[in-house]
Design a protein around this ligand. Structure first.
Ligand code: GRG
Length: 308
């Protein structure tokens, strides 16, 4: 049986769109205008970031912030810092998708229901747009109006999560594994790094910014590890159950190269079972955090039940 759901102060169906709107307004504000020189590059950056997306990583920052605040009302400086952290993880995520879609990587032509950045612009512009989004993310963290030691901690956390021992490293293992089979453990390690690391960092950033106690941090770490993996398992399930129009993306080289997935290794039922186990682990990790973690619990459900 899954752990009890705590009724949140604000319904998730209202909370999530409000956070999506909040981070999208911030993203629009921090991205250079399309007419600022070099216009084509800025146009491509805006196209990559502002063209939809579920904003799960931003939502995790805000929800982890809510769960970590010492009092119900956050200081306005903490609210602003959460906005900057949410912007940072969405910029990094957009950069990773732009580069992942390139012909030298997955060679995808459709993303979020629109032509990928290299198709809409050109390959060099797509590469540079990704390159430029990454430092913009760190600039955003550097603008957080909180104690400098916490800013440094946040910068270090994100840098580690997306570097050679995190997201980029996971992508490298993925590229190296073409034409080879990975053992279950190696597959899990690759996904933990490639997809899980940024999702985990999003949760922990919210905690750092909101001054999480050590007990809360411990709960956040366990929750983050579970949902980081759950996200990839759900993605593998969706790749075989959802139609491409709903997903808004093409299969790319990944599918053509027949790489191992949770569905190919565990079967559809096995993958679904694992997904529900991970959701239960995530929810169980939140129990010591009490009602303030309700939106994190809802995000775990959202990841399990998402259809795109
Ligand atoms: C190229 C440096 C570099 C890294 C790429 C994250 C990643 C590493 C590649 C993405 C490949 C991929 C599609 C992985 C499956 C899980 C995933 C990250 C899906 C896309 O994330 P969503 O569903 O996308 O949150 P939206 O569009 O909703 O933001």
């Amino acid at each position: 049986m899954s752990p009890q759901v705590v009724t949140p102060a604000i319904d998730f169906q209202v909370w999530l769109p409000s956070k999506v709107q909040q981070v999208e307004a911030m993203l629009d504000h921090v991205l250079p205008a399309a007419d600022a020189v070099p216009g084509r590059l800025h146009d491509a950056m805006r196209y990559a970031v502002l063209g939809g997306g579920k904003r799960v990583r931003a939502a995790l920052v805000y929800a982890a912030g809510e769960a970590s605040l010492q009092s119900a009302a956050a200081a306005s400086s903490q609210q602003i810092a959460l906005d900057h952290a949410a912007v940072a993880v969405e910029l990094v995520h957009a950069y990773s998708l732009v580069h992942d879609d390139l012909p030298c990587m997955d060679d995808d032509t459709l993303r979020r229901g629109r032509p990928t950045v290299h198709v809409q612009f050109d390959e060099a512009t797509a590469m540079l747009a990704g390159d430029a989004l990454q430092p913009l993310a760190f600039e955003s963290l550097g603008l957080m109006p909180i104690a400098p030691a916490l800013v440094v901690q946040a910068i270090q956390l994100l840098a580690r999560a997306i570097g050679s021992q995190g997201m980029v490293g996971g992508q490298a293992i993925d590229c190296e594994s073409v034409g080879r089979t990975l053992e279950q453990d190696a597959l899990q390690q690759m996904h933990r790094m490639k997809t899980g690391a940024l999702l985990e960092a999003s949760v922990l950033l919210g905690g750092i910014v909101a001054g999480a106690s050590s007990i809360v941090r411990e709960g956040l770490e366990k929750y983050a590890a579970a949902i980081g993996l759950a996200f990839q398992v759900a993605d593998d399930i969706l790749d075989v159950t959802a139609d491409t129009a709903t997903l808004g993306k093409t299969a790319g080289k990944d599918a053509m190269e027949n790489k191992p997935t949770y569905v190919s290794t565990l079967g559809l039922d096995g993958a679904r079972e694992l997904l529900h186990e991970l959701r239960d682990d995530a929810r169980a990790a939140l129990l010591p955090l009490g009602p303030s973690a309700a939106q994190l619990a809802n995000i775990a459900d959202f990841i399990v039940m998402r259809d795109r």
